[in-house]
Design a protein around this ligand. Structure first.
Ligand code: PXG
Length: 442
């Protein structure tokens, strides 16, 4: 439609784009200029089905009226209030709403502006918590191979995505890693949680034996690893990790930046798997991606350990200019209301079996070597082109875009995570387009 066309700048050189092949992009730019419901509009007027909820964040879909209005109203009423030693009502209201939505032990909310900042915050709280209780020797942090915990120094240190680490020097000291849980030779084409691999959690015992429990502050994992290409926790794995950490006085942090806010059909993965960590990091779906915001949820035990000493003293020397920003808080409140009113988590849970069947129907198409799923998440792993890893999946991404479908790729894995408002018809549209792409892929 000619009326939908929007002009785009001729000069694209100034913007150094994040996690993007800048030179390739600028030769053949892909620009979204509008979005509504399940669809983006491109600069040349095409409607593109959003198979990824933006970057795993627009869980309620796009241009949702309640959220748009709340942001518009808030910015005119109170645009900014100082975050330190001052407050405003909506930050407290949203913290209460998050507490009410989260599983029972999570009683307190520390605000950040992104998933990366939530991770840094949780790691710092973990170390400071032990210190506040007189266990200052607990400073080591344990992550996992293939883990993604954002891009700041703490997050890439505990993270395990090699390209995100290798260019950036020595990182944090005192970090160790659990093995990842990807066992394709045993678990390929599993629907939901794989059978094999729970024993990989026992590697934590070796790490404890090596360093001494009294030196370890926390273990951080994604309950379901998203960015690395959707790796589900093997049955019993998270339970074992919880048992071992608890036995050694080590805090367990679930990084729920992707799994939070309905992605698996429940509020958080902690609830879905019924395994309660000591802290949850979140962001993305908290505000439907509309205004940047993240949060760390903690238990009473962690929070209360800081609430001692003279009352005029700051208890935690940490925070951001935009922690609990009024416009972000308004967006967050409206987002949680939208999830509740429209039953979007329930919709995700109800559609998950249909989604699973549609996804696994791609088995047998050229180059498909594994398919994995849970909730409204899917991954299709492709056989890499010899000597040119990532190229095949990137080509699938470009071809899908030409067919008016947005997917994500990481390595040679296609990841799917649509808005939770998706219908059966749109699931059919998504997999219909994707199977055409895969059938024609070299
Ligand atoms: N932790 C986890 C588990 C994440 O998935 C972050 C932290 C960092 O969040 P911020 O808001 O700082 O980006 C993330 C982010 C992808 C993709 O396509 C995933 C993320 C971000 C962008 C793309 O897999 N995850």
């Amino acid at each position: 439609m000619a009326s939908d066309r929007k002009s785009v700048p001729n000069d694209l050189s100034a913007f150094w784009m994040p996690f993007t092949a800048n030179r390739q992009f600028k030769k053949a730019p892909r620009m979204f200029v509008a979005a509504d419901g399940m669809y983006y509009t491109t600069a040349d007027g095409r409607k593109v089905l959003d198979g990824t909820a933006g970057l795993w964040c627009c869980n309620a879909g796009h241009n949702r009226p309640r959220i748009t209005e709340a942001v518009q109203k808030q910015v005119a009423e109170l645009d900014y209030a100082p975050a330190f030693q001052m407050g405003h009502p909506k930050a407290f209201e949203l913290a209460n709403a998050l507490r009410d939505m989260a599983p029972e032990p999570f009683e307190h909310v520390f605000y950040t502006n992104s998933g990366s900042e939530s991770v840094e915050t949780a790691l710092k709280i973990a170390i400071a918590y032990h210190r506040a209780r007189g266990e200052g020797s607990r400073t080591r942090l344990i992550g996992r191979e293939r883990g993604y915990h954002g891009v700041n120094f703490g997050g890439i240190s505990v993270g395990g995505i090699v390209n995100n680490r290798r260019h950036f020097g020595t990182l944090l000291t005192g970090v160790d890693h659990l093995p990842h849980t990807h066992l394709p030779e045993k678990n390929a084409f599993t629907r939901g949680q794989p059978e094999h691999g729970a024993e990989l959690a026992d590697e934590l015992e070796d790490i404890v034996a090596l360093h001494g429990a009294e030196t370890i502050a926390a273990v951080i994992v994604e309950p379901m690893a998203g960015s690395t290409g959707v790796l589900l926790p093997p049955k019993g794995y998270l339970e074992r990790l919880r048992e071992i950490t608890k036995r050694h006085g080590i805090l367990l942090i679930f990084d729920e930046v992707i799994t939070g806010f309905g992605r698996l059909g429940s509020s958080f993965a902690a609830e879905h798997f019924n395994v309660m960590p000591d802290m949850i990091t979140c962001a993305k779906g908290l505000t439907n991606g509309v205004i940047p915001m993240g949060a760390v949820l903690t238990t009473n035990a962690i929070h209360d350990a800081f609430m001692q000493g003279p009352e005029h003293m700051i208890e935690l020397f940490h925070g951001y200019t935009y922690s609990g920003n009024p416009v972000a808080s308004a967006a967050g409140l409206a987002t949680l209301e939208t999830y509740r009113e429209e039953g979007l988590f329930e919709n995700a849970a109800a559609l998950a079996p249909y989604w699973e069947d549609a996804l696994h129907s791609l088995r047998g198409l050229p180059h498909v070597i594994d398919i994995r799923n849970m909730g409204l998440i899917g991954a299709i792993e492709l056989e890499p082109i010899e000597g040119a890893s990532t190229k095949r999946a990137f080509q699938a991404f470009l071809d899908a875009y030409e067919k008016d479908l947005l997917i994500r790729t990481t390595g040679d894995i296609i990841a799917l995570s649509p808005p939770l408002m998706i219908s059966k018809g749109e699931i059919d549209e998504l997999f219909g387009k994707l199977s055409e792409v895969l059938k024609n892929l070299e």
